[in-house]
Design a binder for this molecule. Structure first.
Ligand SMILES: NC(=O)c1ccc[n+]([C@@H]2O[C@H](COP(=O)([O-])OP(=O)(O)OC[C@H]3O[C@@H](n4cnc5c(N)ncnc54)[C@H](OP(=O)(O)O)[C@@H]3O)[C@@H](O)[C@H]2O)c1
Length: 244
């Protein structure tokens, strides 16, 4: 797909990795719908930044774990741009949950924010993409969490593993015109509250012995959007990691 003049919706696009993905898509000529939940200020800032490059952009508040808010988000996007060509399911939560302390609320929260949101957004957007005859959906999973699994982050890991299966099954359901893929990042931008020990462990877990960057993920996004013979795949971008 040629990205120029296409419309991309990035969930959780106001900050960190989502922000970098949105800016890279704009750099390649896309107009942007920046979804945010709590980061209004940052969402408004990135919209301004994108508009300065000559592209169009809007910020839309929505809790993407809720069907009614997702419906409104997509309606606002369609009212503004009449299309969504690229959907980036990027929004997520991440925090430690030792197994014996996991509550039902924790479990539901991870499944709703990290997994159900991608289903809700994809189903709503896919209807429009199918009418237009094309579309790209990219889910941001997690290499360590979603593929290998972390004992202290079980609901997170299960939600990301589910996202990888959602990717495969939606690719089948939406073929041939809509391509659905996932990117499984490694440590590209550590949580702000990580200790030095956790940071060192993350670096040591990679074969390349360094952290990646949000730009590494954005590059993979551009590759997948431009590629028209890949669907149902998960691309791992984690600096190499043989610990399983
Ligand atoms: N950072 C890494 O090294 C890394 C590694 C592996 C995988 N990943 C994955 O890559 C993606 C981006 O990572 P990140 O570190 O940038 O993520 P993040 O900072 O933890 O979260 C990204 C955004 O998700 C949004 N969000 C959370 N709950 C939401 C909800 N209910 N509705 C709408 N938005 C919601 C937040 O928006 P607001 O701020 O507006 O509330 C937040 O800014 C995530 O899917 C993450 O799991 C990241």
């Amino acid at each position: 797909m040629d990205i120029k003049n296409k419309v991309a919706l990035v969930t959780g696009g106001a900050k960190r990795v989502g922000r970098t993905i949105a800016l890279e898509l704009a750099e390649h000529g896309a107009n942007l719908v920046i979804n945010y939940n709590s980061s209004k200020k940052e969402a408004d800032e990135i919209v301004e930044l994108i508009r300065k490059t000559g592209r169009k952009a809007i910020a839309v508040k929505a809790d993407v774990s809720k069907a009614d808010e997702v419906a409104k988000l997509v309606d606002v996007a369609l009212n503004k741009f009449e299309r969504v060509d690229i959907l980036m399911n990027n929004a997520a939560i991440f925090f430690k949950t030792p197994f014996l302390e996991i509550t039902e609320e924790d479990w539901d929260l991870f499944m709703n924010v990290n997994l159900k949101s991608a289903f809700l957004c994809s189903q709503k957007v896919a209807k429009v993409m199918l009418e237009r005859g094309s579309g790209k959906i990219i889910n941001i999973a997690d290499a360590a969490g979603g593929i290998k699994g972390w004992k202290s982050y079980i609901p997170y890991s299960v939600s990301k593993a589910g996202l990888i299966m959602l990717t495969k099954t939606m690719a089948k359901a939406l073929a041939p015109n809509i391509h659905v893929n996932a990117i499984a990042p490694g440590p590209v931008l550590l949580p702000e509250n990580y200790s030095e020990k956790e940071k060192k462990r993350a670096i040591e877990s990679t074969l390349l012995k360094r952290l990646g960057s949000p730009e590494d993920i954005a590059k993979a996004v551009i590759f997948l959007v431009k590629s028209d013979y890949i669907t149902g795949e998960t691309i791992t971008v984690d600096g190499g990691n043989l610990i399983s």
